[in-house]
Write a protein that binds this ligand. Structure first.
Ligand code: AMP
Ligand code: ZN
Length: 116
């Protein structure tokens, strides 16, 4: 199977992006959507996903990656005046657990550095 396609049947975030698993959208346009992480790691913890399937950022076209990051940063700017962190976990060493490209937007508390 190719690393990208419109929607992958057994992919959790494809199902969310297609509306098959209902979530409260915190942002949505024709290409991307955002919803609260089910296990929040900060007072605000939002996931931004493309509606089409890419396993990770390395598989996605530049224009879509830019759009996804722009949407996440716009959310941070609008909602998280104290600052925020955008994270893209990738692969086993990166701590990725869902193999559909997503950005975490975390805010509402101070973030430690370096990350664990
Ligand atoms: P990662 O570990 O970077 O792949 O992030 C995957 C994230 O998806 C984790 O933070 C999970 O808590 C989150 N997650 C898993 N299932 C759901 C779900 N049904 N709704 C919202 N977030 C989810
Ligand atoms: Zn997917």
């Amino acid at each position: 199977m190719s690393s990208s396609s419109q929607v992958v049947a057994d992919c959790l975030f494809c199902k969310i992006g297609a509306g098959l698993i209902p979530v409260k959208p915190l942002y949505e346009d024709e290409r991307v959507m955002a919803f609260a992480d089910i296990h929040p790691q900060a007072p605000t913890h939002v996931l931004f996903i493309p509606k089409t399937h890419y396993a990770n950022g390395g598989e996605a076209p530049a224009e879509l990656l830019g759009h996804l990051l722009h949407a996440a940063a716009a959310f941070g700017k609008a909602q998280l005046a104290g600052g925020y962190r955008i994270v893209m976990n990738t692969g086993e060493h990166g701590g990725q657990t869902v193999d559909h490209l997503h950005l975490h937007v975390l805010g509402g508390r101070h973030m430690a550095w370096p990350p664990g």
